[in-house]
Write a protein that binds this ligand. Sequence first.
Ligand code: WTA
Length: 657
Amino acid sequence: MSETKLEAWLDETRTFVPSAAFVAQANADASIYPEAAADPVAWWGRQARERLTWDVVPSQNLEWNSPQATWFADGTLNASVNCVDRHVAGGLGSRVAFHWVGDIDGEAVSITYEDLLARVSRAANALVELGVVAGDRVAIYMPMIPEAVVAMLACARLGAAHSVVFGGFAAEALADRIVDADCHFVITADGGFRRGVATPLKPAVDEALLSCPNVRKVLVVRRTGEKVSWDPQRDVWWHDIVERQSSTHQPESFPAEQVLYVMYTSGTTARPKGILHTTGGYLTQAATTHYYVFDVKPDRDVCWTSADIGWVTGHSYIVYGPLTNGVTQILFEGTPDSGGRDRWWRIIEQYGVTILYTAPTAIRTLMKWGEDIPANFDLSSLRLLGSVGEPINPEAWMWYREHVGGNACPVVDTWWQTETGGIMITPLPGVTATKPGAAMRPFPGISIDVVDGDGISVGNGEGGYLTVTAPWPGMTRGIYGDPERFAETYWTRFPGSYFAGDGAKRDLDGDLWLLGRVDDVMNISGHRLSTTEVEHALVGHPAVAEAAVVGASDETTGQAIVAFVTLKLSHLGDEADQAALVHELRAHVASVISPIARPRQIILTPELPKTRSGKIMRRLLRDVAEQRALGDVTTLTDPTVVAMIDRLMAAHSGDDA
Ligand code: WTA
């Protein structure tokens, strides 16, 4: 985002003070900040002991050998017991854990904690029969159906790490992730439904597994009923093996630092990173942040996090945080317009949703469809709104507050990352006065700084790089199979601090505003993708010589992918050929990575702007893509290249959107 835009926001900033009614019932009051700050490690230790059920209560809190942390290391527990069994044992078995709502209108099922325990136990028994043992990695590639959550919890119950791969990823991306984590098992479905249409998943698994020789078994849920190809040695139907298992399973206890899951995310290189999370610290942060940030009342609230379980938001705020806290949730398979553009509002009205957590890109889409649609529904059950995934523009924030929250719900803009495991910067409802577009303050027990290029703290009214200056319980324990890359990526830029890759600004009151990524990571509709990952896919096409990819700002998706491509001599054809080729290249990227990586625009150009040392000047290309005045071009080998690209871009704008 540009500086001038931010200044404009700051000028028009309004502050919303929490209502007396909200303050009176809030889980947090202002004393939480000084309490946590007095001794953050001890504060987290208290959260861990209060919020989780331990088999062996830890005597330790933090061990810190930068950048390696362990939390609560001598404690033992079982994540699935914390999410399910203990609620049933505590007499809450008949509370609904999930109201699952299908993509297809009218398809729904409510699952109590008791049902969930039986389902997780059966699935765990089935995984044991298939040969899964503690320490294994299990890939999960599924639509948003109850079995996806059950599969995650069944793995956790056995001490096997799950690696959930978003169902929108293509076969090659799936294969890369399976191989990198050396998964020996895959749990999938024949397919899922999207806007009423059956979309297959199993064929992508079959294709991926051609290059994954170590996968022994594939467990397949029948969801769509479409015909799938079958390898009888390898493939097992979920209904054949899971349904006949006992509905009880004796859980084992695991050390706090047992790996709970691997989650792949894009960094600045072509290869995605397997971010590792362990059990005790991660669950502590997921549960504590869920409790305070969303002000949850487990006996009353109906929470709805609209993310897919294929992303970290789904892990922390559909599965581990809310289930640890024993709340009731919505699990929705569809998109905001599955069965009509009013679908979300119908769900909120029907189930009395109280807490909604979604992404700015979804809010902007709903906004585009118009406020008349939500106005037709009774949304008065809502009492809190959250946002995550990208900077939220004040217009979207205000629309959310007014037209969804009826001007009565606090809005919490929450900043965090796959690597942080849980929310790090956020207002606390009932405590913090909020500003549209600002994430405001570090969560209690979290230490944040905004620093300049030399690592010096900036003052109020200034911007810089966002860093975390002390370890926190949910922090990633590293990158799967690559400890050096972990230290190098996050801990060397500002020695002793974690560098998030984001820019941030402190306003004149010292409140935090996120400014987007400062590296080559793009954020498309809240999905992280690296520019190199997309470039890599493009140069994998036989026609492409070189590619440079930038994230250009986009009204709805936050950023959109714009690619500048030079062709091999053999592929330089006439205009018509080129239009067809652009089309083909966009489809190629979608098929190699995912439809979310499909470039909005591809500009074919005879040359790319390079510095004398041969580096592609992405900054200039971003200026071109965002139609901004061009920056300094004096370091280029040939300054006329950018002007030429600019002309090409203008001539082709809108061509292939
Ligand atoms: C961005 C998603 C501004 C940021 C939980 C971060 C945000 C990346 C916000 C992590 C926010 C997330 N305001 N930017 N409230 N939340 N981001 O790993 O650039 O998919 O580094 O985790 O999303 O994306 P990830």
